[in-house]
Design a protein around this ligand. Structure first.
Ligand SMILES: NC(=O)c1ccc[n+]([C@@H]2O[C@H](COP(=O)([O-])OP(=O)(O)OC[C@H]3O[C@@H](n4cnc5c(N)ncnc54)[C@H](OP(=O)(O)O)[C@@H]3O)[C@@H](O)[C@H]2O)c1
Length: 311
């Protein structure tokens, strides 16, 4: 009886872990099969997240159209994909040059994309430009360029691909956005404004496309980190912190975000927020107690400026 009581908890934990593992494996396999043979377009396929999305969709048997603005990087990605995957189970990706901030060219690029396979099943709007700085230090030209890359670019491409999806009454549009499309973070005004604009557009589009069976999803990560800084050798405290709180301190790895994008496509989930508890709570505070949110952000800035002055 005594031994049974001692073993009960580990056995229970072992059983629960096994069930979770099997559930996640089955979900993962179902997600992969959902994209098999589908024509998937990924903009900025060469970014940290774009590369990983290319890898998971390619491994899932999707017919990829990879877009990017640096041809050499696209070719390197192409080689990496075809060298790793089993050619009998995957398709060689098509490559398309696309600078998402060059609005005048996007319609022609959309034609090129459609010529690849004659249709698009899934469009992943991943391309985006980042900028950091105080409002008065960012020129209006740069504000406009950010708006072109993060708002006008993705919506122009989406509008050009939509008639094909509408005529086939099927399709999926995914916007890789950011938590900064939900809350404004100081010194990121242009980026946050463009991400707010994009989420507003795609939220409206979702409702309008329902009658055509076209789904629209937005994926909002907080912080994606493509590398993991190692604590100094012998720094056990940092190692333990990293082990337990890696996501909070170092951000999500692009592989984790890419796998979430695949699950989002497979489940046709409308909105995904990839955030730790603190930013998640911040989104709720911004919605329900805006004055409290503004006060917390302002005091954070005062504290930052004071520390900078002192040092
Ligand atoms: N990183 C994060 O913490 C984070 C957090 C939330 C959301 N996101 C979102 O996740 C997506 C991917 O970001 P990431 O962090 O993976 O990117 P990243 O690794 O930082 O790479 C930046 C990319 O932007 C590309 N780029 C810049 N201007 C462009 C333009 N005009 N046209 C086409 N491509 C352009 C660059 O292409 P070249 O290398 O060819 O110049 C580069 O591949 C973005 O939508 C971003 O907003 C990222």
């Amino acid at each position: 009886m005594g031994i049974l009581a001692v073993l009960a908890l580990p056995l229970l934990l072992f059983g629960i872990s096994g069930i979770i593992y099997i559930y996640q494996t089955v979900r993962w396999l179902l997600s992969k099969s959902a994209v098999q043979n589908k024509v998937v377009v990924i903009t900025d396929a060469t970014s940290g997240l774009g590369k990983e999305c290319s890898r998971v969709f390619h491994a899932g048997g999707a017919r990829l159209v990879l877009c990017g603005r640096t041809w050499e990087k696209l070719e390197t990605l192409y080689d990496a994909l075809i060298n790793v995957a089993d050619p009998s189970m995957t398709y060689a990706p098509k490559l398309i040059f696309l600078d998402i901030s060059d609005i005048n060219c996007i319609r022609d690029v959309a034609k090129e994309i459609l010529n690849c396979y004659g249709c698009v099943d899934i469009l992943i709007n991943n391309a985006s430009m980042k900028v950091k700085g105080a409002v008065q230090s960012i020129s209006l030209e740069l504000d406009k360029k950010i708006m072109d890359a993060n708002y006008f670019g993705p919506i122009t491409l989406t509008k050009a691909i939509l008639p094909n999806m509408i005529s086939r009454r099927t399709g999926q549009i995914v916007l890789i956005n950011s938590i900064q499309g939900k809350i404004g973070i100081p010194f990121r005004a242009a980026y946050a404004a463009s991400k707010h604009a994009a989420v507003g557009f795609f939220d409206c589009l979702r409702a309008e496309m329902e009658e055509f069976d076209i789904s629209v999803s937005t994926v909002n990560p907080t912080f994606i980190c493509s590398y993991h800084r190692q604590p100094a050798p012998g720094n056990w405290e940092a190692s333990i912190w990293k082990f337990f709180f890696r996501k909070a301190a170092y951000g999500l790895h692009p592989v984790e975000v890419a796998e979430e994008v695949l699950r989002t496509v497979s489940s046709k989930k409308q909105e995904v927020l990839l955030a730790n508890p603190i930013p998640r709570v911040a989104v709720y505070i911004r919605t329900f107690f805006p004055e409290l949110f503004f006060a917390i952000v302002a005091s954070g800035i005062r504290e930052k400026l004071k520390t900078e002055e002192e040092s």
